[in-house]
Ligand binder design. Structure first.
Ligand code: NAD
Ligand code: MG
Length: 394
C-alpha cells in the first residue's frame, strides 16, 4: 500500500459499528484521516467525535439535530466543520471526491441510497449495513462492477468468508459456505415460549454488543436469514450453497468448504474491531486493538444444525432467498417495520415472524431492475406490514 492516507467517510458514525471504526482509526492516525461523519439524531456523541476527529463535513439526517450540532460547534470554536442535513446531503457526502473510503454503517434501508452513492462513485466501500444488499442483491454488485468500486464486507461472517475464499474470489473450487450463528439469547428455547419476551431481554446478546435492531434480529434469527441473502449477493453464489451452522461460542466466524474436502475457517474474538481493521487495511494487516484468543481456555467449540421448524424467521428468509426477485426486499422491509414496533412495545416478540409472513404472502412477486423499483417495493411492503401490525397491537 502507498504511504498516502486513506480519507474516510463513516455513514452512521454514532452507532455500534461506527464507534468501533473510530476506535480502530484512532490507533492509526498516520494511516487514516476522517473527512466526513454522519448520524441521525445523536448530537451529543457527534459533537464529541467532531472535537476528536475534526472532519470537514458532518451530515445529521434530522434537520433539527443538524441545527443543534451547528450551534454547539460554533460555541466551541469549531465552526469550520460544515454541518448539513437531509437525504441529498447524505448521498453527496457518501460520494464526495475527497474521500477514498466509505464505511457503510447506517442501520436498515435508510442506508440504501448513500451506500449506493458511494458504490457508484467507485469508492472503497466497507459494508456493515446489510439491509441494502438484501434489498438490491445482484443490482448492488452490478453497480460495483460498473464503477470499479471495491466492496469489503464488515459483517463478521462475511468478512470471515472473504478471508477464506481464494485470492481471486472465484467460486470454481468452492463447494459450500458455512455461515456460523451463535443462536442468540434464546438458543434452544421453543419459539412458542418466547411470546412475552421484552425488548431488553431480546437485546441482551450473549457474545456481541450491537445496536438494538440487529440485536432483535439476532434473537429472532432473522439476522442469520438476512446474512444468508447477503452472502449469496456478495459472493455471487446460489443461496442453496450457503449452509447455516449453530456455533454458540462465536469463535469461528464462518467457513469455506472446498471441492477437495478442505475447510478454511477464520477465528477470532467476537469483536467487530477485527473485521473493521481487516477491511480498512486490506490487503495489508494492522492492529485492531481486539483481544487475542486463548484457545486452551476456550477448550471446545460446539456445532449444531439449526432446528428450522422452531425458527420461523430463519425459515422465511431461506424461502425468500430461494424465491429471489423482490422476496428478499419484502422480507427485509416487513422485518424493519415489525422490529421497530416490537422495540416500541407495540407488538409481541413472536408477532415479528407473523408480520413478515403476512407481508410476504400478500405482496405480489416482481423483478428488481433498478433503484426506483426497489424503493417502490420497499414502500409497498412497509404499507402492508403496517396493516398487518394493526391487527396485532398489544
Ligand atoms: P446502531 O443502531 O448502533 O447505529 C446506527 C447508526 O445509523 C447510528 O449512527 C444512527 O445515527 C444512524 N441512523 C439510524 N437511522 C438513520 C436514518 N434514518 N438516517 C440516517 N442515519 C441513521 O446500529 P449498528 O449495530 O452499528 O448496525 C449498523 C449496521 O451494521 C446494521 O445494518 C447492522 O445490521 C450491521 N452490523 C452491525 C454489527 C454490530 O456488531 N453492531 C455487526 C454486523 C453488521
Ligand atoms: Mg453478522
Amino acid at each position: 500500500m502507498s504511504n498516502t492516507k486513506q480519507t474516510l467517510v463513516i455513514l452512521g458514525s454514532t452507532g455500534s459499528v461506527g464507534q468501533s471504526t473510530l476506535k480502530v482509526v484512532q490507533l492509526h492516525p498516520e494511516k487514516y484521516q476522517v473527512v466526513g461523519l454522519t448520524a441521525n439524531t445523536n448530537v451529543a456523541d457527534m459533537f464529541e467525535q467532531c472535537q476528536q476527529f475534526k472532519p470537514n463535513t458532518v451530515v445529521m439526517a434530522d434537520p433539527q439535530s443538524a441545527q443543534e450540532l451547528s450551534s454547539k460547534l460554533a460555541q466551541h470554536g469549531l465552526s469550520d466543520i460544515a454541518v448539513e442535513s437531509g437525504a441529498d446531503a447524505l448521498n453527496q457526502l457518501a460520494a464526495m471526491s475527497s474521500a477514498t473510503t466509505v464505511m457503510s454503517a447506517i442501520v436498515g434501508a435508510a442506508g440504501l441510497e448513500p451506500t449506493l452513492a458511494a458504490v457508484r462513485a467507485g469508492k472503497r466501500v466497507l459494508i456493515a449495513n446489510k439491509e441494502p444488499l438484501v434489498m438490491t442483491g445482484d443490482l448492488f454488485m452490478r453497480e460495483a462492477k460498473a464503477s470499479g468500486a471495491t466492496i469489503l464486507p464488515i459483517d463478521s461472517e462475511h468478512n470471515a468468508i472473504f478471508q477464506c475464499l481464494p485470492d481471486d474470489q472465484s467460486q470454481r473450487t468452492v463447494n459450500k459456505i458455512h455461515l456460523t450463528a451463535s443462536g442468540g439469547p434464546f438458543r434452544g428455547r421453543p419459539w412458542s415460549e418466547l411470546r412475552d419476551i421484552t425488548p431488553d431481554q431480546a437485546c441482551a446478546h450473549p457474545n456481541w454488543s450491537m445496536g438494538r435492531k440487529i440485536s432483535v434480529d439476532s434473537a429472532t434469527m432473522m439476522n442469520k436469514g438476512l446474512e444468508l441473502i447477503e452472502a449469496a449477493a456478495l459472493f455471487q453464489i446460489p443461496a442453496s450453497k450457503v449452509d447455516i451452522l449453530i456455533h454458540p461460542q462465536s469463535i469461528i466466524h464462518s467457513m469455506v468448504e472446498y471441492v477437495d474436502g478442505s475447510f478454511l475457517a477464520q477465528l477470532g474474538a467476537p469483536d467487530m474491531c477485527i473485521p473493521i481493521a481487516h477491511a480498512l487495511a486490506w490487503p495489508d494487516r494492522i492492529q485492531s486493538g481486539a483481544e487475542t484468543l486463548d484457545l486452551a481456555a476456550i477448550a471446545r467449540l460446539d456445532f449444531q444444525t439449526p432446528d428450522m421448524a422452531n425458527l420461523p424467521c430463519l425459515r422465511l428468509a431461506r424461502e425468500a432467498a430461494d424465491t429471489g426477485n423482490s422476496a428478499p426486499a419484502v422480507l427485509n422491509s416487513a422485518n424493519e417495520i415489525a422490529v421497530d414496533a416490537f422495540l416500541q412495545g407495540k407488538i409481541r416478540f413472536t408477532d415479528i415472524a407473523k408480520v413478515v409472513e403476512d407481508t410476504l404472502s400478500v405482496m405480489p412477486e416482481s423483478t428488481v431492475n433498478d433503484l426506483e423499483n426497489v424503493l417502490n417495493i420497499d414502500n409497498e411492503a412497509r404499507r402492508i406490514a403496517g396493516a398487518s401490525l394493526e391487527s396485532r397491537l398489544i
